[in-house]
Design a protein. Sequence first.
Length: 532
Amino acid sequence: MSTHSPASPQRGTWQGGSRRPPGLSKSRLLDYLQCPKRLWLQAYRPEAREQSTAMQLAFANGHEVGEAARALVPGGVLIDPPGNDLAEALRLTREQLAARSPRPLFEATFERDGLLVRADILLPGPEGWTLAEVKSSGAVKDYHPTDVAIQRWAIEAASGPSGRGHGEVAGLAIARTELWHVDTGFTYAGDGHYEGLLVREDLGEAVDARIAQVPDWLRGAKEVLAGPEPAIAMGEQCTSPFDCPFQAWCAAQAGPQPEYPVTLLPNNKGKKLAAELLAEGYADLREVPPERIDDDELAMIARVTREGRPRLDPEAARIVRALPYPRSYLDFETIGFAVPRWAGTRPYQQVPFQWTCIVEHASGDAARGRLEQREFLDLSGADPSRPCAEALVRELPAEGPVIAYNAQFERGVIERLANQYPDLAKPLRSIAARLFDLLPVVRAHYYHPDMRGSRSIKAVLPTIGAGLDHAELGEVQDGTAAQAAYLEAVSEGTGEERKKELGEGLRRYCGMDVRGMVELAGFLRSGRSVVR
């Protein structure tokens, strides 16, 4: 996997009243295919790009998988000139391809018709070369053959060494086209043994079906770069196949939007209906005729939004009041590596490094019993699984419900720990068996207009008057930021003061999520909704 854009030409500029379009790389051509406006903005408004923490983590995963792939190919040569000098990369590639005994190449660089590509891996063979693209995903995705088709088109017919540019590389015959992706069933044995981490998939037929379209894609991208910023409304292309980093720019350009747009309707049914409503001229959910929505859940969301009054069914209070004491509110934070670091773990396995639990004890007829907080956090960098499991067994009450929000996640974490440590399996499975999920209660019995179609705890808490705001937490405000904080904390270059600061941020974040569940349970139990 390329750890940098395969050809990141300079930002386009204006000269003498006309624009000098930048060059194109595979990544920019893929930007064009997702949305022409994304390509244009990447070239001419890069300062508008907002790189999310999730994007940064995905990039880091890709880098690790790319390095692991190269380690599995002995004798390879990495084309990596100082300063990412692309002219030098082309020269070095040509030099290696001309060798009497060609060796595997990493990041080999090619140019055709102004399109620069860098191949993750090229393997020589008796029938020709194997082109391998490396991805950190756990399966072949719909867009992968397009990605590889662009590379193969450029590589097979790149300009010859005496051709029309500066040091172009002669085209070479590709005998096989592959995609290497992570095998999520792989278990790391330790000691750097990653044989079996990657699955090699033959993409030949899928690439053959798309390669003829590459010239049209390239022409279209060049036309976009030669013109003004495209006028394209926001839509599904903003998040598929990737989250676009220019969404804030496009949203600002769109001007004032309805406070409750039809696009807030959740799930696939809601997205499909929203597209239909927009096509019919409905932008504000409050203006959609009730008879236009026949799905019960979506109709409820529209009705509550239109009326401006929250819905809280009395049944929610009955369910929560029936829960016995002690009540243990539990939340995990986990980390999953594309390339496992600890023996016995698999790619992307969610390994818990932190949990917070608030135990609520009975207190007569009071609305809330006595609260006691317990927690676990391991920032040593070693596998935290065993200490985490032992702390759960030691600290959580042996009876009473264990309350979570979207408890399927907590159940999966606990069951994996039980399978991993047979001596702790019985008490761990007891915890898993006592899990109670607040999410279905909210989904069935509570909705506030300001939740805007979401049932995430971060959407729910501001509507119940709990006084808890994740935006006030600092740098660790969500699960993705918690993963980034963990990775920084366990990095060798992180000093003790910074590590302490990150640990405090993690404790505040996980603690707020658990306090939020306590407040939410109390709110549902009260049966009194908060009116805006």
